[in-house]
Each structure stands twice: as structure tokens, then as C-alpha cells.
Write a protein that binds this ligand. Structure first.
Ligand code: ZN
Length: 303
């Protein structure tokens, strides 16, 4: 099965080397290593007809880092080490000599569809892990400052008595195509842009299985009971920190009653209606780099 956008299989995350200080310092000073800076959740890219990651040499790390912010090892691609660094402290990065010469900081949520698959993953990973560091500077147990460890894949409380370790967080969200023979439920959430509609989605809660989450979210959002909940595939969605887990579920009843806090509208749309969508149509499909789009297109291709 092909992989979803923003997922990686070519990047070697070398988790066994994250505490090898000698190896890390060698890679950090290696002329072939690269640095992907992130500024206030924006990635440094070069934009043209397509968008590609702007990678700096790691010799710039010392000039770019602020106190207490450590570079993070993303991993290796063909032996070349990739690091990321949060440069959010720089007031205007487009006025900074090194950064401005390399590219522009863009929001991956906007430029994602124009980025190649491998780079899309690297940029998403860099953005996601920097976001986690930004939000975990203080210990959630005792509120003392924390510091980065394991090449940026862990933070530890600086209070010796507490010593709590904190690990990068991923929020699991289920996303589900609910079908009834030749039609599926498409909803419109308040955050959706323009005429876009999509399949339903919601966050997993503590104590739930993924299947429970699918059934609960569908019932809460549109009042429909489902069965035959089947896993399809998943997608990292670091906007800011989600993993989207994709399902199909069969509707047991078909009357839609929307939760107005969650959705503006929801309706059953047939395969024929969905296949007939053009850029002028009243309904538009989700963005092409999303798992939502893929769940819909896979279902459309079956009929
Ligand atoms: Zn603590």
C-alpha cells in the first residue's frame, strides 16, 4: 500500500544514536550535514513552481540558536544527517542575512500540496517536534524548567528531586468515511475554507479504542450509528501534533442530526455526485495531501 503524505520510510531516525555524544558532535560539525530551521511554526523553503526545503549547513547553528534552544536530530538520509533548530527568537528572519539568503519561511499547511513527498515529511517532522519543545519548556509535574535530551527527543525536568522525563506528544485523531451503499457522509466544519466538505473526524479520548472513537464521533457529530469499523491507513498531521488514523464505517441508520457546535452541515453524497465535482461545484473535496481526500478517492474508485 502506498504511504500517505507527510509519512516517512526513507528517513533513518537512528534512535540508538541519540545519546551518543561523540557521534552527535561529529555529525553536527560535518560539512555534509544539513539544518532545517523553523521559525514560529513556519518552515524555511525555496518557492518556485514547486516548493522545496531550504537546508543550511550546520556551521550556522551557533549564530542562529538562542540560549536554552538545542538543535534536534531528525535522522539520516543516505548517510547525511538532518537537524532542525527553532529560530523563533529572531524578530524578522527575512532580514537575517543567512536565513534570507536561503529562502522564505512558509506555513506548511499552505504550501504542503506543492512540496515533494519526502521533503514534505521532513518539513512536517521538523515543525512538529519544534512545536512540542516550545510547549514543554516547563515541567508539567513541578513547573521547574526542562532541558532537551537525547538529541531533542526527550525533555527532562531540571529539578533534581523531580527529574521527570517528558516525551514528544502525538494526539491521535480518527477520521472516518461513513458509507451506506452508494453514498457517504460529507460534513462541513466551521474551520473549513470555502466550499470544502470532508469526511468526519475527531480526537481519541483516554480509555477508548480507535473503533470506539469512530463510533462515538460519528454518533456525536451526525447522530448516526455505525458498524463494520475497518482500519484503512494513517497519516502524520503535525498541524500541530496529530496522527490521523483512517477508517471506513458502515451506517446502520441514515437520518442525519448534526451537532451544531461541531458542524455547520452534513449530508449524504452519492458516488455519482462526488465524481461529478468540478472546480465550479458547490462542494469541493479536501486538499490533495490529506488522508481525507485519499479515503474519499479510494472509495470512489471502487464504483
Ligand atoms: Zn519537574
Amino acid at each position: 500500500m502506498s504511504r500517505n503524505f507527510y509519512s516517512s520510510n526513507y528517513l533513518d531516525r537512528v534512535s540508538h544514536l541519540r545519546n551518543d555524544m561523540e557521534w552527535l558532535s561529529r555529525k553536527m560539525t560535518d560539512a555534509t550535514s544539513r539544518l532545517l530551521p523553523v521559525w514560529q511554526q513556519h518552515n524555511l523553503v525555496v518557492s518556485g513552481e514547486t516548493v522545496s526545503a531550504a537546508a543550511l549547513e550546520t556551521r550556522h547553528i551557533d549564530d542562529l540558536r538562542s540560549e536554552g534552544v538545542e538543535p534536534i536530530l531528525l535522522g539520516l538520509i543516505d548517510g547525511r544527517a538532518y537537524f532542525t533548530l527553532d529560530v523563533s527568537h529572531i524578530p524578522d528572519p527575512h532580514e537575517h542575512d543567512v536565513l534570507a539568503a536561503a529562502g522564505l519561511f512558509e506555513d506548511l499547511r499552505k504550501v504542503g500540496p506543492y512540496v515533494g513527498r519526502e521533503e514534505g515529511n521532513l518539513l512536517a517532522y521538523a515543525r512538529g517536534i519544534n512545536y512540542w519543545h516550545q510547549r514543554h519548556r516547563f515541567c508539567g509535574v513541578c513547573s521547574a524548567p526542562t532541558r532537551s535530551e537525547a538529541a531533542g527527543h526527550q525533555r527532562r525536568c531540571t529539578d533534581e528531586a523531580c527529574n521527570a522525563s517528558h516525551f514528544p506528544r502525538t494526539d491521535v485523531a480518527c477520521i472516518m468515511l461513513v458509507y451506506d451503499e452508494e453514498r457517504i457522509i460529507m460534513g462541513k466544519a466551521p474551520r473549513f475554507q470555502g466550499r470544502m466538505q470532508s469526511v468526519l473526524a475527531g480526537f481519541l479520548e483516554p480509555g477508548e479504542t480507535l473503533e470506539d472513537c469512530v463510533a462515538r464521533e460519528v454518533f456525536e457529530e451526525v447522530g448516526v450509528q455505525v458498524t463494520d469499523v475497518e482500519y484503512q491507513h494513517s497519516q502524520p498531521w503535525p498541524f500541530p501534533a496529530s496522527l490521523m488514523v483512517g477508517f471506513r464505517a458502515r451506517a446502520l441508520d441514515t437520518e442525519i442530526t448534526i451537532d451544531e457546535k461541531e458542524l455547520l452541515s452534513a449530508e449524504w453524497l452519492s458516488r455519482a455526485e462526488l465524481k461529478a465535482i468540478t472546480p465550479e461545484s458547490e462542494v469541493q473535496l479536501p486538499r490533495p495531501d490529506s488522508i481525507a481526500r485519499r479515503l474519499i478517492e479510494e472509495w470512489l474508485a471502487e464504483g
